[in-house]
Ligand binder design. Structure first.
Ligand SMILES: Cc1cc2nc3c(=O)[nH]c(=O)nc-3n(C[C@H](O)[C@H](O)[C@H](O)COP(=O)(O)OP(=O)(O)OC[C@H]3O[C@@H](n4cnc5c(N)ncnc54)[C@H](O)[C@@H]3O)c2cc1C
Length: 597
């Protein structure tokens, strides 16, 4: 049986000692997040993850969701009760605007909490996750009336939310979408069309489901410029705010899928369903992007979260399973063989995952802090720069953390030998669940293109220059620190490779766009390596400071530094291979004619 323990101490080290988040207590909501409050919230979130979400993880996988003939959907046993506990604990509105019932705590804290919940039960955590994305879009682009009507109930968790983009003939290329919206002359629209793969589209855990739907107003221009965003509730809302008649929305079927069985993935049919416009006509994608950016960070977090739980279980197994003897002599003479954790190749897997998880956690919390600054700082310049950095890093977080997250669930499964392939041990579920994160919310190939094709050049490259400067300044400022020399040397080498690749695109991709497409996946991963390396350098410095002070758990800080050294020894050098591949351009990739495949 698998187990899960929320990595609270690691989160606290990152927040308090590495990111020193207390520096930001001039931002709204941060004053309420004193260190003791943060620790209390994390400990309680850890308990909810371990005791409420986690026990339902395998149940959800085995039972899945069931659609009935009337279109209603039943979630796995225990989900409804667990959702009530989540709701009553006030978790939905943890980081949300107090004007609508939220607690207004920093987004960085919400992010830390979400990691635990996704590790414990990714399929279940998606129900609140999608609701929070829908809340964000309504909050930024909704009218006052829409905000008053929907947000308080969603914050309370009485109503949940979804995002409806995908149609049978279009996923990546939303310009092809056909769902239509007909104005009724009273400010409402009638929405007709079919959406597929809608997560949490129908279920039994809330009184109403608020669908955010992309559709094309009759007569709108072709392509993405003619798409608008609508709120379409499952049940109409009465004048007094109570739930009224059914709207023309129904779940036609639910998908049989590879993983996340506890989440209902629905075909949603809209048949003259009444909806209201969110934001401006034909500017739906812009409004949806608020939701998509938040959702992309949430999906990146899923990659990390599954990697973490898979790692924890692989470690337990590797200490317990005895096979063979250590190459450097018997380590456990009292046993008939040594535990497999003594073998360097087993360590290679475990250390690779560990060095990713601890840096990935810091990376996503660091990015969440940037988001807090972007949305809460009164210093317009600082807020704009943080927003640009966030925009730049969103595809990196989504693409790298989910590609690696999946790779690591496979590595962790490998530690179990044949037992990893047997359902009872739980590793197979992590592999299956993690796989979707590479696909939805924009397949990872598209994230890489977004980074290279759009984000790099945005506002004259201000975001990327700011990132290069931050990492470069760290290396420069610490150049005399002998204890950090090894780490900054390797970080600087990675940064130089990344800058060379960026320059290569500037010189070679304008005239030949296939060169950008051919190198984008490598570039995204290279960016991820430098960002993770930067996180390791920051963590190493903080751990060394703690050791010098003589406070805290010495073994924990020694382990941090050893893991950091492993990352720079064994993982960071991959930037050279990425650079070499990028510099070959698209020629060999595109040489074979289409019809020769
Ligand atoms: C379990 C599950 C849950 C989902 N939940 C939701 C949801 O809640 N709401 C929602 O709206 N959607 C949802 N989706 C849909 C998901 O977001 C899409 O499947 C995804 O965006 C990819 O779209 P597609 O499947 O049409 O693939 P396609 O767009 O057909 O892409 C196929 C492949 O081609 C590549 N490709 C496409 N265009 C390009 C290009 N221009 N350049 C390079 N490569 C390209 C892609 O990277 C991909 O590998 C979900 C899907 C699943 C399976």
């Amino acid at each position: 049986m698998p187990s899960y323990s929320a990595p609270i101490d690691d989160t606290l080290f990152i927040l308090n000692d590495v990111l020193k988040y207390e520096r930001f207590n001039n931002l709204p909501g941060f004053a309420d997040a004193s260190p003791d409050i943060v620790e209390a919230v994390l400990r309680e979130a850890g308990r909810v993850a371990e005791e409420v979400f986690f026990p339902l993880n395998q149940v959800g996988d085995q039972e899945g969701c069931i659609r009935h003939d009337d279109g209603s959907v039943t979630t796995p046993k225990g989900f409804k009760e667990a959702f009530s506990q989540y709701k009553e604990g006030g978790w939905m509105g943890l980081g949300f605007d107090p004007e609508y019932g939220g607690q207004g705590l920093p987004y960085v804290l919400h992010t830390a909490v979400s990691e635990y919940l996704s590790s414990a039960n990714m399929a279940f955590a998606m129900y609140p996750g999608l609701t929070q994305g829908a809340m964000a879009a309504i909050h930024v682009h909704g009218t006052d009336e829409q905000k008053q009507t929907y947000l308080p109930k969603m914050v309370e968790g009485i109503w949940t939310g979804t995002m409806n983009l995908t149609e049978p003939h279009c996923g990546t290329d939303l310009g092809l979408l056909r769902t239509k919206a007909v104005p009724q002359g009273d400010g409402t629209f009638k929405i007709t069309g079919q959406k597929i793969f809608i997560s949490a589209g129908e279920h039994d855990m809330s009184d109403n489901i608020i669908h955010l739907v992309l559709a094309r107003i009759e007569g709108a221009p072709e392509g993405v410029k003619g798409i608008s965003l609508f709120i379409v509730p499952k049940f109409a809302i009465n004048e007094d705010g109570s739930v009224g008649d059914t709207n023309g929305v129904s779940c036609g079927s639910i998908e049989e899928k590879m993983g996340i069985h506890g989440n209902s993935t629905c075909v949603m049919n809209y048949d003259d369903a009444v909806g209201t416009l969110v934001g401006e006509e034909h500017k739906g994608l812009k409004a949806m992007f608020i939701m998509m950016n938040e959702a992309r960070l949430g999906v990146g977090l899923q990659g990390l979260a599954i990697s973490e739980i898979a790692y924890q279980n692989a470690v337990i197994y590797a200490k317990d399973r005895i096979q063979g003897r250590s190459l450097s002599g018997v380590k456990h003479a009292d046993k008939k063989a040594d535990p497999i954790i003594v073998h360097p190749d087993v360590r290679r897997n475990l250390m690779t995952i560990r060095s990713f998880n601890e840096a990935g956690r810091a990376f996503i919390l660091w990015a969440a802090l940037k988001s807090d600054v972007a949305h809460r700082s009164e210093d317009k310049e600082e807020a704009a720069l943080s927003e640009e950095m966030m925009g730049l890093l969103t595809p990196v977080i989504k693409g790298v953390l989910t590609d690696k997250g999946f790779e690591h669930t496979v590595m962790a499964q490998q530690m179990y030998g044949g037992h990893g392939y047997i359902e009872e041990w739980g590793m197979s579920q992590y592999v299956r669940d993690a796989r979707i994160a590479m696909i939805y919310e924009g397949a990872n190939g598209i994230q890489a293109l977004d980074l290279v094709g759009r984000k790099l050049g945005m506002n004259g490259g201000r975001g990327v220059q700011a990132f290069f400067k931050e990492v470069g300044d760290f290396c420069q400022d610490n150049r005399e620190d002998e204890n950090l020399a090894f780490f900054t040397k390797h970080l600087k080498k990675g940064l130089n490779d990344l800058q060379s690749a960026t320059m290569w695109f500037v010189q070679n991709a304008m005239a030949k766009p296939d060169n950008a497409g051919a190198g984008s996946h490598d570039y995204m991963h290279m960016f991820g390596l430098v960002a993770l390396g930067y996180m390791w350098a920051l963590q190493t410095k903080a751990a060394q400071e703690k050791l010098a002070e003589g406070t805290g758990d010495k073994q924990y800080f020694d382990n941090k530094i050893a893991t950091s050294r492993f990352f720079f020894d064994r993982v960071m050098p991959e930037t050279s291979a990425h650079l070499a591949r990028i510099s070959t351009g698209a020629d060999s990739m595109m040489a074979i004619p289409e019809d020769a495949f």
